[in-house]
Write a protein that binds this ligand. Structure first.
Ligand SMILES: [Zn+2]
Length: 315
């Protein structure tokens, strides 16, 4: 009996040392918290993935720290969303050893991609296309041809889980069945959150609203919502006075009920547009800044978005 106990202790100690090493090496690196959540969910207890963008950091204006460059240098596999989103990563990726795998989610088979939204209130000069004055910088922040906020469609998240499972299994074939089991469990949780969100949003589908930056197209398409405009095309730049007045006009035309700020950016612009209108000011967070990073973050993010939208859009 004593011997069994001794052997068990040895096994436990060996396992925890192995786990500590895996975490230290952070051979798996991810960019934004929702993607980190999906990767960590697939990895489960087999290791921990590093997360580059913590807290209220936004991928639109992020810069790598030297310690994060080192982290990338040591990584075996790096998961990111798209060349259009993590622009800060591109030069670093070029400098990595040839053996490092960089997996762009937007390039995976089966991903639903939507073109960048332009026209109407999504583009500042829609009302006066006859004038060319001062319009040249409106599209300075070019996301490329496709909208990179792909993770906000839960079907895309499931496609991502499958792609992550495959990529990790190629690096660690010995963990293949563990990854698969974790992926099945994670997909179940995403589907449950998705169903809950759909039920919650059902009664507010037709209620118009304005968002801070155009990050929610995939979410809107998936749940059939009625966003009528965004304050800025480029979240790293302030909206012009002209754009703000056009948005107010749009808001009164469409009887938009809410305008949403984002924790990644100052709420000044959203508050300014809402001033002297009947619009309520709400918060939408496409990244989950105040949620705990980890496997549970993505399903919680879907819940949160649905709750925040429904709360503001309801009477
Ligand atoms: Zn964005």
């Amino acid at each position: 009996m004593k011997r069994v106990l001794f052997i068990m202790i040895i096994i436990c100690v060996t396992l925890s040392i192995a786990r500590a090493n895996a975490a230290e090496q952070s051979e798996v690196v991810t960019t934004i918290a929702p993607l980190h959540s999906l990767v960590q969910g697939v990895m489960g207890d087999s290791g921990s993935a590093a997360l580059l963008l913590e807290g209220t950091a936004s991928p639109h204006d992020f810069q790598l720290k030297p310690s994060q460059m080192t982290l990338l240098q040591k990584a075996k596999i790096i998961f990111y969303i798209s060349d259009n989103l993590e622009v800060f990563l591109l030069r670093a990726l070029d400098a990595l050893p040839a053996s490092t795998q960089a997996v762009a989610m937007a390039e995976q088979d089966g991903m639903v991609l939507l073109p960048i939204r332009e026209g109407g209130a999504w583009e500042v000069h829609s009302h006066d296309s006859h004038s060319h004055e001062g319009h040249s910088h409106d599209n300075a922040h070019d996301h490329g041809h496709n909208d990179p906020h792909i993770w906000l469609d839960p079907d895309n998240a499931i496609t991502m889980v499958k792609a992550i499972t495959k990529a990790l299994s190629d690096v660690h074939p010995e963990n293949r069945s563990l990854y698969k089991a974790n992926a099945v469990a994670l997909i179940g949780k995403i589907e449950a959150s998705d169903a809950k969100a759909a039920a919650r949003l059902k009664s507010v589908k037709a209620v118009p609203y304005i968002v801070f930056h155009d990050a929610y197209q995939y979410f809107e398409a998936h749940y059939g919502l009625t966003a009528v405009g965004s304050i800025t095309l480029d979240p790293a730049q302030a909206g012009s006075a002209k754009r703000l007045s056009e948005l107010r006009e749009k808001a009164s035309e469409t009887a938009a009920r809410c305008i949403f700020r984002e924790p990644q950016f100052s709420s000044r612009l959203s508050s300014t547009v809402a001033e002297n209108t009947n619009m309520k000011l709400g918060t939408l967070d496409p990244l989950g800044a105040d949620l705990t990073p980890g496997a549970g973050l993505y399903p919680a993010l879907l819940d949160r978005l649905a709750v925040d939208l429904a709360n503001c859009l309801q009477d």
